[in-house]
Design a protein around this ligand. Sequence first.
Ligand SMILES: [Zn+2]
Length: 69
Amino acid sequence: MKTCRQFSNVREEHEREIGFMIGRSKQHEGKPAAKASAVRVRSAKEQMARALNSHLRRCPECDTRSRRS
Ligand SMILES: [Zn+2]
């Protein structure tokens, strides 16, 4: 799938944030805080998917023809 620069920016931003969260949840491994972090990571991933999907719907540059819906 061909995507534009802004798509990559949005994805990288979210992935960086998710990476931080995963790192933090590993620090808390075995503690209750780890569970909370895991929940935050999951919702951050959902948020990323939503942001990317809404970008694809609006962006004239991204080639969405090959997108699986
Ligand atoms: Zn785009």
